[in-house]
Design a protein around this ligand. Structure first.
Ligand code: GLU
Length: 290
């Protein structure tokens, strides 16, 4: 079966779009459209504590100002809890997920990595749910960064798929949504490269298709740190989009039209798009050789 390619941009509404998130939006848009596919926007608003009021509205309006229009109505994760609960139930019923009362403090002596059995005993508060990772060493071939493998037990341990505060965790929600929305290619920032093996394991256990992955270069600040929406990265200007659009194309290693409107610059970028020119960020594999 040859599904029409479908990509997505999945911002968390923890602030306005900055150059780093624009790179992810534009990169995913270019991959999808260059392949004749569709491009969707999903607002990842499960973490209510980190959500900034009006960020969702700003993100959608800013994408439009940059000429990046989704091919279907925007989806919000906060409206999809039933889907995530059903997936958790399946994992729990199959014995892949278990309740956990361990706190961050309990796991500190273990480097934050949860072992196969809990450190804390059941208590009065609500538990989190964790996924058993066992001996899984999962790898994939990133379209930009190349082969990447991870031994989950040593890199992350049994990880949280449902939080003690009652919210579905990012790793589970993203896998459920990518499958439910028919996403065939995940294109996003390289900070999520090392989350991908967790997502591959969840796809495998839930019997979901595996999309292709492309992890884009990160935009770093003067100290070499990732720009993130909740630090003080400057938002891109929706009122004057061309400078940031050109800057984002340069981060992606693409040709930049020297003149024209937003629509002209995008059309030129699409015509000349070359994924081979995107610089690769590399994270070391962390599978121990057996
Ligand atoms: N919501 C995540 C973020 O804003 C991105 C998730 C993804 O693309 O898989 O960092």
């Amino acid at each position: 079966m040859n599904a029409r390619p479908c990509g997505r941009f999945a911002p968390s509404p923890s602030g306005r779009l900055h150059l780093g998130s624009l790179v992810a939006a534009l990169g995913s848009w270019l991959f999808a459209h260059a392949a004749g596919g569709r491009w969707l926007v999903r607002i990842e608003d499960l973490d209510r504590e980190r959500e900034v009021a009006s960020a969702t509205r700003h993100i959608i309006a800013t994408l439009a100002a940059f000429g990046l229009h989704p091919d279907a109505p925007v989806v919000r994760q906060s409206t999809r809890t039933g889907l995530y609960r059903a997936a958790l139930q399946r994992l729990a019923d199959a014995g892949h997920a278990y309740r956990c009362w361990c706190s961050r403090g309990d796991l500190e002596p273990l480097g934050g990595i949860h072992p196969p059995t809990c450190v804390a005993r059941p208590g009065p508060r609500e538990p989190a749910w964790r996924l058993r990772v066992g001996e899984a060493c999962l790898g994939f071939d990133d379209r930009i960064c190349g082969p990447y493998r991870q031994q989950l037990a040593t890199a992350v341990g049994d990880f949280v798929i449902w939080r003690a505060d009652g919210a579905c965790a990012y790793q589970l929600a993203v896998v459920v949504d990518d499958a439910a929305q028919g996403i065939t290619e995940v294109v996003r920032g390289a900070d999520l490269l090392d989350s991908t093996p967790r997502q591959l394991l969840l796809q495998r256990l839930l019997g979901l298709p595996q999309p292709s992955y492309a992890h884009l270069p990160l935009v770093l600040d003067a100290q070499g740190r990732k720009l993130s929406k909740h630090e003080d990265a400057r938002p891109v200007e929706a009122g004057a989009p061309l400078p940031a659009l050109r800057a984002a194309l340069r981060v992606l290693g693409q040709q930049v039209a020297s003149a024209g409107s937003v629509a002209d610059v995008l059309a030129h970028a699409l015509r000349t798009f070359d994924a081979e020119r995107i610089p690769a960020s590399r994270a070391p594999d962390d599978c121990r050789s057996a």
